[in-house]
Design a protein around this ligand. Structure first.
Ligand SMILES: Cc1cc2nc3c(=O)[nH]c(=O)nc-3n(C[C@H](O)[C@H](O)[C@H](O)COP(=O)(O)OP(=O)(O)OC[C@H]3O[C@@H](n4cnc5c(N)ncnc54)[C@H](O)[C@@H]3O)c2cc1C
Length: 520
């Protein structure tokens, strides 16, 4: 979404680069003024930093702020925009346009509620402008000045690279460190489809710069990013074809959950090309033509105006001088870390998308907290001790925490599964949101919750109750005794608890109860 970065003169800091985010309107200028101020001057490096942090996405920002708040002397280096992917080209812009796409969908969905006359006429430019306004507003939290003035962090704008055993080079300056953190994130991976690069395509880095709606859009990859954006663009009026190499969308999710979302995509009219192998892409006039082998084994073609690649993330491990400091990295898996987030160099840690399978903002946030303790206070905190929930923000959403049934099976853990479909939940029926479920896995014969999946319009808001139950070791039976206001969709969680409690009513317990009743 940014123009090619052009070096500009900054007096002595001529090595600094100016960031320009497209479109270059007042909203994006406000964003850039916060997260890559054009008039920024890098500070004079302190003698030796307790911590030098490379990358100012969520992982880097939380590490730097947390460490500085505890009294450490911290340098934070960012080559592009503070806030990283989440603020600039990830969570914030995607959730903003998803919200607009829900409004468009609901406006056209009034008939089934007896509300006539809706149309959902989408002003795409206004949708994107709203998104840019939200992003600019939220960017105040991640502003370079705030980190310098309020948090006491030395913020350097420029490309960071290890230059010696305890030094990082940025813009011709040398930062010395006792400990360092690599938090350089990830980017959209290049796909090896012949012709794709020549024809050109959008990624999350460019799609939020659009001001005109693509009439026909191909989305490659039906993982979380691809599905969220495919549905959003479809609802905003693009004709979307979603390509996926598996037989189902969101194939890493619980199968029943993914099935519900897939059925919704089909009902809405998103064209799904599943089990499809893209073999070539070419340009014909203004059209991009995608050639693929379909699920039927035949060769097919689809013509679109734009292609969006939503599949695959590549960790940013290049040109960091990792070999100089003995940090091992894999171009696919990223920086190698142990469970304490320590790299193969004990003085250097890594967290966030560059080193973790959990590629979420909240995962980067909580990993950063582990790094602060382990790097500065000889802590022994472990990543594997975290219970990580996540949500895919399709409509309905899928939220998950803990084990899936297939994982339990692979690990030889016997489980009981309790499912409450929303078709049996009063509030969901009243809301017209019956296509969903709450599924909870317990260790067989016990109330110990091992995993949960929720499919609901606001599943992401509901999963925390189950995450809390797992963290606090609250049994499913206890959730049955938690009073939930009537009518709410979250009652489904209590009802799953009731299902579990009913299984405790063994024939013997029933006989005893019956005897007691007879006595009375
Ligand atoms: C479209 C999309 C939607 C998403 N939606 C969600 C969501 O809803 N919820 C969620 O939890 N997660 C979501 N994510 C994932 C989330 O954005 C990432 O997990 C998160 O941003 C990771 O943070 P990070 O700090 O590890 O990396 P990043 O945010 O990528 O930050 C890394 C930073 O390091 C900088 N950098 C790299 N190399 C250098 C260098 N050599 N010198 C200096 N700086 C450098 C980069 O410029 C970047 O700013 C989404 C991602 C995408 C792409």
């Amino acid at each position: 979404m940014t123009e090619k970065k052009t070096p500009v003169g900054h007096g002595e800091d001529a090595t600094m680069e100016q960031a320009r985010v497209l479109p270059n309107d007042e909203l994006n200028q406000a964003l850039v003024a916060n997260v890559h101020p054009p008039d920024w001057r890098n500070p004079t490096p302190a003698g030796r930093y307790n911590l030098v942090v490379i990358g100012a996405g969520t992982a880097g920002l939380i590490t730097a702020a947390g460490a500085a708040g505890l009294g450490a002397r911290v340098a934070l280096v960012e080559r592009h925009l503070l806030g990283g992917d989440c603020l600039n080209v990830g969570c914030v812009p995607s959730k903003s346009i998803i919200r607009a796409s829900r409004a468009a969908f609901d406006a056209g969905d009034g008939d089934r509620f007896g509300v006539r006359g809706g149309g959902g006429d989408v002003d795409f430019a206004a949708v994107m402008r709203r998104m840019r306004g939200i992003r600019a507003r939220i960017s105040a939290n991640d502003s370079a000045r705030r980190y310098r003035d309020e948090k006491g962090v030395d913020v350097f704008l420029g490309d960071a690279r290890f230059s010696g055993p305890d030094t990082v080079e940025v813009g011709g300056q040398t930062l010395r460190f006792k400990k360092a953190v690599i938090a350089t994130g990830a980017r959209a991976a290049a796909l090896p489809i012949p012709g794709l690069a020549d024809v050109g395509y959008l990624t999350n880095e460019t799609v939020f710069s659009l001001t005109e709606r693509p009439r026909r859009l191909a989305v490659i990859g039906a993982g979380p990013i691809g599905c969220e954006l495919a549905q959003a663009f479809h609802r905003l009026g693009s004709q979307v074809t979603l390509f996926h190499d598996h037989a189902h969308i969101l194939d890493r999710e619980d199968g029943d959950a993914a099935e519900i979302v897939q059925a919704q995509f089909v009902r809405e009219g998103v064209t799904l090309e599943l089990a499809a192998q893209l073999t070539a892409v070419r340009r014909e006039g203004l059209d991009a033509v995608l050639r693929f082998r379909g699920a039927d084994g035949g060769e097919h073609e689809t013509r679109v105006d734009q292609i969006l690649v939503g599949a695959g993330r590549a960790p940013n491990v290049e040109d960091l001088g990792l070999e100089i400091v003995g940090v091992q990295a894999d171009p696919r898996r990223g920086v190698v870390v142990d469970d304490h987030l320590r790299t193969t160099n004990p003085r250097i840690f890594a967290c966030g998308d560059v080193s973790m399978d959990w590629k979420f903002t909240h995962a980067a946030d909580f990993a950063a907290r582990i790094v602060i303790q382990n790097a500065l206070f000889f802590g022994r905190k472990r990543l594997s001790a975290l219970h990580m929930p996540w949500t895919t923000y399709t409509d309905p959403e899928i939220a998950h925490v803990g084990l899936y049934e297939r994982e339990a099976q692979q690990r030889g853990i016997a489980v009981d599964t309790y499912v409450r479909p929303f078709a049996e939940v009063d509030r969901a029926i009243a809301d017209g949101e019956e296509d969903g479920l709450v599924k909870v896995l317990t260790r067989k014969g016990t109330g110990e919750i091992l995993g949960a999946t929720i499919v609901a319009r606001h599943a992401g808001e509901m999963i925390s109750e189950l995450t809390l139950a797992i963290v606090a070791k609250v049994s499913l039976g206890t959730l049955a005794s938690v009073i939930h206001p009537y009518p709410t969709q979250a009652e489904a969680i209590r009802q799953v608890g009731d299902m579990y409690n009913r299984t405790r009513l063994t024939p013997t317990v029933k006989r005893v109860f019956n005897g007691l009743m007879a006595l009375q």
